[in-house]
Design a protein around this ligand. Structure first.
Ligand code: ADP
Ligand code: ZN
Ligand code: ZN
Length: 743
C-alpha cells in the first residue's frame, strides 16, 4: 500500500491514539481505535497488547498520523475510562519532568496516575458519598457504640462526605458498615461540581496572636498574587507552621486548594492535627502508610475539588488538583524531596515549575535552607522572609564544642558528658543523644589479625546487631548469624568496634538504671504507630534519655529536652560529597533545634576532635546562615553547585569493568560527535564510591556545566545513545539530573 493511500485510510479511520506505557523506552506508542469505540479522550486509560503482555497505558494524545506501517498498527484492546484521569496541566508537568530528568516519557506520564489505577483495570468512578438518612437518630445507637456515634456526628457535620474522608478520620469500614446496616446513613450523590466545592472555607478557630516577625511574613504572603517564590527562613521553633496556617487562610477563603509538601518523616499526626483543628474542611494526608485503595480515594477526592488541604510527601506534586491556590514546602532543604531511584525528580523543583504554570505563590520554609535556595534569594529570584526569634517563651539553645582529643571515651561518650547527662536527668529533664548509626556496632574486628567482617555482596562492612543478634549489611540488606571465628585466621577473638544506637542504649541503661532509655531508629520503631506512641510517652514529660538517629531530627517537638548530645560530629565533617558539609550543618542544627523548645533553655554539646574546624565554629557561634554564606563562597570559588549544574550517569553490571567500559564508550561517542566547547566538563568514568554493591559493580560519569542548557543537550544525546546501544542490555544505567548525592 502506498504511503499516500495509507494516510488517506487513516484519515477515514480518523484517529490514532498515542499511548504512554510503563516501559523503559523514551517514546509513546501508537494504537488504532477499534471499531465500535467512540473517540476516547486524552488522559483516559487503555488496555493494550505490548509484545506478549497486556499493559495499562494512558492516552497522551490523538493523532491522524503514525509512522507505524498500517499492517503492524494494532487496535488497543479496551478503553478503561470514559473521562480523563489526568488533565492538560498535569500532563504538561509530566512531560516537562520526563524531558528535564531524562526519564522515559511513557513511564513518567504513568507516574501521574495513582498506583491502583496503574494496576487495576476497574474503571475510574466517582468516590462514594454518604449522608444521614431520613430516619437517622443518634439516640437509637447503643451508648457504648462510641465509634459509631463519633462517625454519626462527623457525617452530620460534614455531609455529603466521601468514604476517603471517613477513612482519613480513622473510622474503619466496619464502623461505617454498622451505620449503613442500621439504616442511619445512606449513599448519596457527589457534590456535583467544582463550583460547589469552591465555596469558601473559614478557619474554625482563631490563629495565635502573631509576633512582629510572623505578622510581617503573613502580611507579605497575603499580598502575593501570582507566581511568587518565597523562602521563609525561620529557626526551629520560630513558628513557621503558624505562618503557614495563617497564610493559607486567604486561598481557602477563595475556595481554592492548598498543597503542603513535607519530607518523608515530617508527615506526623501532630502536623495534620494542627491543620485539622484550625480548618473545618476535608484534609488528605498522603503518607507511605496508606494502602493503594486509600490513596486512590484521596486522589479522587482531591481531583474532584472536595478535599481542600493536601499534606503529602514528594509524590503529591503529581496529583491532579481541581483548583490549586498555593503550595507550601516545609523543610525545603530535605533531600527526601529528591527521589533517589527510578524517576529521579525533585519535588521542590517540580513544585516551582507547577506553581509557575498555575501562576500561584509557593512558600518554602526551613531553619536551614538549601544553598540552592539561598543563592536564588541572593540573585533575586526568591523573596526571603525571616523569623529569627523562637515563638512563645522558648529561648535559643547554647552550643558547645566539646574536645574529645585524648579523652578516653566510654562507648563513644566522654565521661564529662555522661556526668552532664546525669545533671539534667537529676533536674527532672530529658536528654537526647544523637548518633547517626543504627545497630550495636559498625563492625566486628578480629583481635588477632585485625580483619573485619565484610559483606560478600558489597564493598562494605557488616553491622553488628544484638536485638535480635545478627550481622546486617545496611547497603544490600544481607543478614547472617554472628560468626564465632574469624574467617581469615580462625581466631575466636572477634570484638565489636565502634558504637551504634543499640550499644549506647545498652551502656546508658547500665549507667542510669532508674531512668527510661528510649531508642529511636529504623529498627526500634518499625511502624508509624510504634513511633507515635513512643513520642507520646516522651511528651508526657517524665525524665528520660532518647538515643537515636536522624529520625529524631525532624518534625517532632520535645519540649522537655534540655540537653542534646551529638556523639560523632566528625563523621560528617570530611565527606567527599559536594554537599557533605551542608548536609552535616543542617543535621546538627535540626537536631539542636529539638532542645529547649518550651520554657526550659537548651544546651547542645557536640563531641569533636576538631574544635578548631572553621565551618563548625561559624555554625555554632554565628548560626546556619553565616555558615551558608561562607560555604557559598567556597562553592563559587570551586565552581560547584549551585554555581554549576551537574548530572551523573550511573551504571552497574555483574562483572567488574563492564559498567566502566560502557560509560567510556559513551564518553567517546559524545566527544566524537560534539566539539569540546559544546560539551560540559566530563569526569570519569570512575568506579563508584562503593564499587560493589548488592553483587553489582558500579561506575559513574559526571557532567558539570555552567548552564542548564549544555547539561540538558548533552544528557539528551547520552540518553539516546544509551537507549540505542546494543550492548546496553548487560549494563543497567540511570541518569540523575541535579543529583543531591555525588556518589
Ligand atoms: P516551627 O514550625 O518553626 O518549628 P512551630 O510553628 O511548630 O515552629 O511553633 C513552635 C511552637 O511555638 C508551637 O508550639 C507553636 O504553637 C508555638 N507558637 C507559634 N507561634 C506562636 C505565637 N505567635 N504565639 C505563641 N506561641 C506560638
Ligand atoms: Zn583474624
Ligand atoms: Zn551488602
Amino acid at each position: 500500500m502506498g504511503a499516500r493511500l495509507a494516510h488517506r485510510i487513516l484519515e477515514i479511520l480518523a484517529m490514532i491514539v498515542r499511548v504512554a506505557l510503563p516501559v523503559p523506552l523514551n517514546r509513546l506508542f501508537d494504537y488504532a481505535i477499534p471499531s465500535g469505540v467512540t473517540t476516547p479522550c486524552v488522559g483516559a486509560r487503555v488496555l493494550v497488547k505490548f509484545g506478549q503482555r497486556s499493559l495499562i497505558g494512558m492516552i497522551h494524545s490523538l493523532s491522524d498520523q503514525t509512522d507505524v506501517p498500517l499492517s503492524k498498527l494494532k487496535p488497543f484492546e479496551a478503553l478503561l475510562d470514559q473521562e480523563p484521569l489526568v488533565n492538560a496541566e498535569q500532563m504538561q508537568l509530566g512531560e516537562w519532568a520526563a524531558g528535564y530528568y531524562k526519564y522515559p516519557l511513557g513511564d513518567a506520564l504513568i507516574h501521574l496516575l495513582p498506583n491502583l489505577a496503574r494496576k487495576e483495570q476497574a474503571p475510574f468512578s466517582e468516590p462514594d458519598y454518604w449522608r444521614l438518612s431520613d430516619q437517622a437518630d443518634i439516640e437509637s445507637l447503643p451508648k457504648r457504640a462510641v465509634r459509631q456515634r463519633a462517625l454519626f456526628t462527623l457525617i452530620e457535620n460534614r455531609q455529603p462526605i466521601s468514604t476517603s474522608t471517613i477513612r482519613e478520620a480513622e473510622f474503619t469500614s466496619q464502623v461505617q458498615k454498622a451505620l449503613i446496616e442500621s439504616g442511619q446513613i445512606e449513599q448519596c450523590d457527589a457534590p456535583s461540581n467544582v463550583q460547589q466545592h469552591a465555596k469558601s472555607v473559614q478557619p474554625s478557630r482563631a490563629g495565635l496572636a502573631l509576633n512582629v516577625e510572623q505578622k510581617r511574613a503573613v502580611d507579605h504572603i497575603k499580598e502575593c498574587e501570582g507566581f511568587n517564590p518565597i523562602l521563609l527562613i525561620g529557626v526551629t521553633g520560630s513558628g513557621k507552621t503558624e505562618v503557614y496556617l495563617q497564610s493559607i487562610e486567604q486561598a481557602l477563603a477563595e475556595g481554592k486548594q492548598v498543597l503542603i509538601l513535607v519530607p518523608e518523616i515530617g508527615l506526623t499526626p501532630q502536623l495534620v492535627e494542627r491543620f485539622t483543628v484550625r480548618f473545618h474542611t476535608d484534609i488528605a494526608s498522603l503518607h507511605s502508610g496508606l494502602t493503594d485503595r486509600m490513596r486512590f480515594e484521596a486522589w479522587q477526592s482531591i481531583r474532584s475539588g472536595q478535599t481542600r488541604i493536601i499534606i503529602g510527601t514528594r509524590s503529591a506534586i503529581f496529583i491532579p488538583f481541581a483548583n490549586l491556590g498555593m503550595i507550601i514546602i516545609d523543610e525545603e532543604h530535605d533531600s527526601s524531596f529528591k527521589q533517589q531511584e527510578g524517576f529521579r525528580y525533585h519535588a521542590r523543583d517540580l513544585a516551582l515549575v507547577r506553581a509557575k504554570q498555575l501562576n500561584i505563590p509557593v512558600i518554602m520554609g526551613s531553619a536551614t535552607p538549601a544553598l540552592e535556595s539561598l543563592l536564588n534569594v541572593q540573585e533575586g529570584r526568591y523573596t526571603s522572609l525571616q523569623l529569627t526569634l523562637r515563638a512563645g517563651r522558648a529561648a535559643a539553645p547554647n552550643f558547645e564544642l566539646f574536645d574529645t582529643k585524648g579523652v578516653e571515651l566510654d562507648t563513644g561518650l566522654a565521661p564529662d558528658i555522661i556526668s552532664r547527662i546525669n545533671d539534667h536527668i537529676t533536674l527532672g529533664n530529658q536528654v537526647l543523644v544523637f548518633i547517626n548509626r543504627r545497630g550495636f556496632a559498625p563492625t566486628l574486628t578480629c583481635q588477632d589479625c585485625g580483619s573485619t567482617v565484610d559483606c560478600t555482596r558489597c564493598d562494605a562492612r557488616m553491622t553488628l546487631h544484638r536485638k535480635p543478634p545478627k550481622l546486617h549489611c545496611h547497603h544490600c540488606d544481607r543478614q547472617t548469624p554472628i560468626p564465632r571465628n574469624c574467617q581469615h585466621c580462625g581466631s575466636d577473638q572477634l570484638r565489636p568496634t565502634g558504637s551504634g544506637t543499640e550499644r549506647i542504649e545498652q551502656r546508658l541503661s547500665e549507667l542510669f538504671n532508674n531512668t527510661s532509655i528510649k531508642r529511636v531508629d529504623r529498627d526500634s520503631t518499625h511502624s508509624r504507630q510504634a513511633f507515635e506512641s513512643l513520642m507520646k510517652e516522651v511528651n508526657s514529660g517524665e525524665p528520660c534519655i532518647l538515643v537515636g538517629t536522624q529520625m529524631l531530627a525532624k518534625g517532632h517537638h520535645f519540649p522537655n529536652v534540655t540537653l542534646v548530645v551529638i556523639v560523632n560530629t566528625d563523621a560528617g565533617l570530611f565527606s567527599a560529597d559536594v554537599r557533605g558539609m551542608e548536609r552535616t550543618a543542617q543535621l546538627i542544627m535540626q537536631v539542636a533545634g529539638r532542645a529547649g523548645r518550651a520554657e526550659r533553655p537548651g544546651e547542645v554539646v557536640l563531641q569533636t576532635q576538631h574544635v578548631d574546624h572553621p565551618l563548625l565554629n561559624t555554625l555554632v557561634t554565628t548560626g546556619y546562615l553565616t555558615f551558608a554564606e561562607q560555604e557559598l563562597v567556597s562553592r563559587k570559588q570551586a565552581q560547584l553547585p549551585p554555581f554549576a549544574f551537574q548530572a551523573i550517569i550511573r551504571a552497574e553490571a555483574k562483572k567488574q569493568g563492564w559498567a566502566e567500559a560502557h560509560l567510556m564508550r559513551l564518553r567517546n561517542a559524545l566527544e566524537g560527535t560534539y566539539l569540546r566547547e559544546q560539551l560540559p566538563m566530563i569526569s570519569g568514568p570512575f568506579p563508584s564510591y562503593m564499587e560493589k554493591r548488592a553483587g553489582m559493580y558500579r561506575a559513574q560519569l559526571m557532567f558539570t556545566g555552567h548552564s542548564r542548557k549544555s547539561i540538558q543537550g548533552t544528557l539528551k544525546a547520552a540518553q539516546n545513545w544509551l537507549e540505542q546501544d546494543r550492548e546496553s542490555s548487560r549494563v543497567r544505567w540511570n541518569i540523575d539530573i541535579d543529583p543531591v548525592d555525588s556518589f
